[in-house]
Unconditional design. Structure first.
Length: 365
C-alpha cells in the first residue's frame, strides 16, 4: 500500500449513510478518494457511483476487498453485518471505518478489536459528534476551564424515524432508537468528559408511536453516572414530529453552554409553495422551515473522514476507536437491562449469550 498521497477508499453500502460517506470524502480531496463501492442491492451501488464518479462497482464486498490499491474501507451497512465485515476487511489487510454502533454484541466487539490488532490495521469508530464544529468548540472551552468542574452533560437527538427499513427490524438493528441514536449520546458524554469510568446506567424507554412498525422502542431517556460525580443525560426519540432536533447542554459550577446543531446554521423561511430540501428528516418544506447550509460540514462528517484518512497515513492518532465503540456497546446492553428491570445497572456489565441488546428489555415486557 502507498505511504503517501491520497488514501484510496472503498465504501460498503449504497443508501443514506453510504451517500454521506461518499459526499464527505469528495469534500476532502487532499486526503482521500473513493475508488470503489459495494452493495448487494441491484442498481444501488451503480447509482451511488454515478453520483460521485466512483470507477469500480461491486455487488459482493469481498470482491472489492481483493482490490490491492484500496487502503481503507468504510462500513455503511446494517448493524448485524458490522462484525463479519470488519473481520473480512481486517483479514484483507485494510483499515476499517465502522459506522455506529460498532456491532451487535460485546463478544463481537472483542472479536473485531482483537482481529484488527492482530492484523495490524486501524479500527476507527465513525462517531461524527466528535467532529461537529459547535460541539468541538464546547469541549475546547470546557477543557480550558471555562465552566469549572462540569457536573452534567446532556445530548439529545430526536426526529420521526430513520430512513431505511432495516432500522425498524430489531433482528437487523439490535434495538430501537436507543441503539440507533443513544449510541451517539453515550459516546459524546464519555468523550466530552475525558473518558472517565462509567459507573452506572439507568434507562427508561417505550414505544409511543411506531408500535405497528417495530418491536423496538421509539423513545428513550438514559442517565450515565461517571467516576468523579458527573452525570450524562441522553434523550432520543423516533416519535418527535416536526423534523430533527440535535443539541447539547453543558453545566459546570462556573458556567454553562448550549449548542444546537441546526439553529444558527439555518435560514428561518416561510413558503406557501415549498422547495427542494430543507434539512435531514424535515417532513415538508411548506410553511415555516429552517433550511440549513453546509449541512455535512456542520455535522462533522468531512472532518471525520479527513481525520481517518490522515490516521491511515500516520499523520494523526485516531480520536474514535474500536475501544470507544466497545464502551458504547457495553452501555447499550446495560441500558436495555435497566429499562427491563426498572433499576440502575452497574458497570462493568455483560450479558453473554444475548444476541441483541434489546432482548434484555423485550424479555421483561
Amino acid at each position: 500500500m502507498a505511504v503517501k498521497g491520497r488514501v484510496k477508499v472503498g465504501i460498503i453500502g449504497s443508501r443514506f449513510q453510504a451517500d454521506i460517506h461518499a459526499a464527505s470524502l469528495t469534500m476532502v480531496p487532499d486526503a482521500a478518494e473513493v475508488v470503489a463501492v459495494a452493495s448487494p442491492t441491484p442498481g444501488n451501488a451503480q447509482k451511488l457511483a454515478d453520483r460521485y464518479g466512483i470507477d469500480r462497482v461491486f455487488t459482493d464486498y469481498r470482491q472489492m476487498l481483493a482490490e490491492k490499491d484500496i487502503e481503507m474501507v468504510t462500513i455503511a451497512a446494517p448493524n448485524y453485518l458490522h462484525a463479519r465485515m470488519t473481520v473480512d476487511i481486517a483479514n484483507a489487510g485494510k483499515h476499517v471505518v465502522c459506522e455506529k454502533p460498532l456491532c451487535m454484541t460485546l463478544e463481537e466487539a472483542d472479536l473485531i478489536i482483537d482481529t484488527c490488532r492482530q492484523k495490524g490495521v486501524l479500527l476507527m469508530y465513525a462517531e461524527e459528534l466528535f467532529f461537529v464544529p459547535k460541539y468541538v468548540k464546547a469541549k475546547e472551552m470546557a477543557d480550558q476551564g471555562a465552566f469549572g468542574k462540569v457536573y452534567r452533560v446532556k445530548q439529545m437527538e430526536k426526529h420521526f424515524g430513520p430512513h431505511d427499513d432495516w432500522f425498524w427490524d430489531v433482528e437487523k438493528s439490535g434495538g430501537g432508537v436507543f441503539m440507533d441514536m443513544g449510541c451517539h449520546g453515550i459516546a459524546f458524554c464519555y468523550w466530552f468528559l475525558g473518558r472517565p469510568k462509567i459507573e452506572s446506567v439507568y434507562c427508561q424507554m417505550a414505544t409511543h408511536v411506531h408500535a405497528g412498525r417495530t418491536k423496538g422502542e421509539d423513545d428513550s431517556v438514559c442517565v450515565l453516572e461517571f467516576a468523579g460525580g458527573a452525570v450524562g443525560l441522553i434523550e432520543n426519540s423516533w416519535a418527535r414530529r416536526g423534523g430533527m432536533e440535535d443539541r447539547i447542554e453543558v453545566y459546570g459550577e462556573g458556567g454553562v453552554t448550549y449548542a444546537d446543531l441546526h439553529m444558527g446554521n439555518a435560514l428561518p423561511t416561510y413558503s406557501e409553495y415549498g422547495y427542494g430540501y430543507a434539512v435531514e428528516k424535515a417532513p415538508t418544506t411548506k410553511g415555516w422551515t429552517w433550511p440549513v447550509f453546509e449541512e455535512l460540514w456542520n455535522y462533522g462528517f468531512p472532518q471525520e473522514m479527513r481525520h481517518f484518512a490522515r490516521c491511515v497515513r500516520g499523520k494523526e492518532e485516531p480520536q474514535a476507536t474500536g475501544a470507544d465503540g466497545r464502551v458504547v456497546q457495553e452501555v447499550l446492553y446495560a441500558g436495555y437491562k435497566s429499562a427491563g428491570t426498572g433499576g440502575k445497572v452497574s458497570l462493568p456489565f455483560r450479558a453473554d449469550g444475548t444476541k441483541r441488546p434489546i432482548d434484555l428489555w423485550l424479555e421483561s415486557r
